[in-house]
Design a protein around this ligand. Sequence first.
Ligand SMILES: Cc1cc2nc3c(=O)[nH]c(=O)nc-3n(C[C@H](O)[C@H](O)[C@H](O)COP(=O)(O)OP(=O)(O)OC[C@H]3O[C@@H](n4cnc5c(N)ncnc54)[C@H](O)[C@@H]3O)c2cc1C
Length: 530
Amino acid sequence: MRQARAAAVKAPKSLVRMTSIAAILLNVSRRTLIRSLLSTAPRVYSIRRYTERGIQVDSPVPGAQATLEQYTPYGPDGPPNGTKLAIFVDSALKSAVSDPRGPRRQPRGSVDKRPRLPNHAPMPTLRARFDVVVIGAGVAGLWTAARLRAQGWSVALLEARALGSGQTIASQGIIHGGVKYALTGKAGRASAMIAPMPEVWRACLENRPGCEIDLSAAKVLSEHQWIWTAGGVGARLAGAAASKVIRARAERVDADDRPAALRAAPRSVGVHRVPEPVLDPATLVEALSRHVGEHVFLIDESTLEPGIGDGGEAVIEVKDTAGAPVELRASRCVLCAGAGAEAVLARLAGRIEHQTPTMQRRPLHMLLARGDLPDLWAHCVGMSAVPRLTITSQREPDGRAVWYIGGGVAETGVERDEQAQIEAGRAALRDALPWLDTSRLEWSALRIDRAEGRTPDGSRPDEPVVGDAGAFIACWPTKLAFAPAVAREVAARLEHDNVPRRAHEGDALDALQRPGVAPLPWREAGRTWR
Ligand SMILES: Cc1cc2nc3c(=O)[nH]c(=O)nc-3n(C[C@H](O)[C@H](O)[C@H](O)COP(=O)(O)OP(=O)(O)OC[C@H]3O[C@@H](n4cnc5c(N)ncnc54)[C@H](O)[C@@H]3O)c2cc1C
């Protein structure tokens, strides 16, 4: 500590500049900030965001974020989220200890003057006990944590990145009622299982009496979706086969009632309105996070060690992103980590007698088109059982629309590189909406896996998958829309096993790091547009 103070005095310029900037951003006095930095430095911080102005890191002042404008050794894309930095309050303000590019080579014969973390005494392990620890704060983890809390269990929620940062923030936000699964003309099991979900969600979105959770803060982008048929005779025939289901669950609209993007379509193009709401995933995550209480922690997933205690309880040993070690014990650990569940289950496998549930990934290559476009939330139906295109849209603050495009083009596009996928997207849009000028759009692409419970043939499960392994329960909702069903199933298992409801006990965990809300894919730092 003495050394840090001395160094700070020796290098007042950089420290003063950094602290002034940070103090302005944090709205605290510079003296407070310096004192806070000195009392914590050196310390490992987790990058939250890389902007043109600098790096936003977790702040030493609780509840705020600091922007360090002087740290710019990366290219314009910045370092990936979650990269760890050690910020030294001395002449080496710019040092990084966990650089994803690996250690930089020193020229032969030169002395390595890069700063190193001094040997501090190890931080004491914080110990606490909850009824349930939920791992992963996507829609499944958030909804489950909220429901279990509401039913009286004490819950801690652990997140490795930001709230919603996996599939949830990258989802199209459609609360499916099953029409999409009935495009072959048959309403199968998947379609039947998901049919009640829009009504469950609507009750929550409107905060009706008796609803599961108040989601009135989530933004409903559209109360319904559209379906239109594109392409030649084959596609129309497929549309006709699907139309029995569509007729039962959707309403054909006249030309005047069509959405702006489909208004200029010929009359032969059938346009149907489907009562499935479309949500903004960011405000959904934010709305859900209001119900999960204060025990939500940002952890370093590489340190997570799941195990079973002597009494058969779940034991989670982990460090937060500042390196503080924590040991959590719980009657049950609910794993809602999406694709991240694979690694946790692999670590758990050798430590428990039970067979662990298994998962599968189904990759997508999603597209983003930005420009002067009307709003559209729609499936374009072709000959296949999968919509050719599924389009959802949002507005940027400058008024431009972003169309987020999935469906068949995202499934077949996993084999294409980014440039080829963008070309395929342009062609698909021209083909499906020939009456609309889509020639002056900016494009981007995004690879992401759908993480689901494993099925024998690798196809999409018809429903959520919830698997037990001793005190661990692994969940994959399969669809955003099924999140309430996952939470209900987990609560039912806890009830069935008579898991007691007790207040949490143990050390105070207030000092641990907290996650923010993940940015929407088109607002991610470093996204490139072509
Ligand atoms: C492109 C795309 C579009 C989609 N569109 C729709 C749609 O319109 N409608 C619909 O119903 N469904 C849709 N889905 C499916 C839906 O998004 C997912 O089923 C759902 O979001 C899964 O939620 P989850 O909470 O299980 O997982 P995720 O959302 O992936 O959340 C997992 C969380 O766990 C965290 N995590 C991972 N590992 C660890 C660890 N070791 N420790 C702590 N935290 C960890 C992650 O950071 C993440 O925050 C879509 C999926 C994709 C990929």
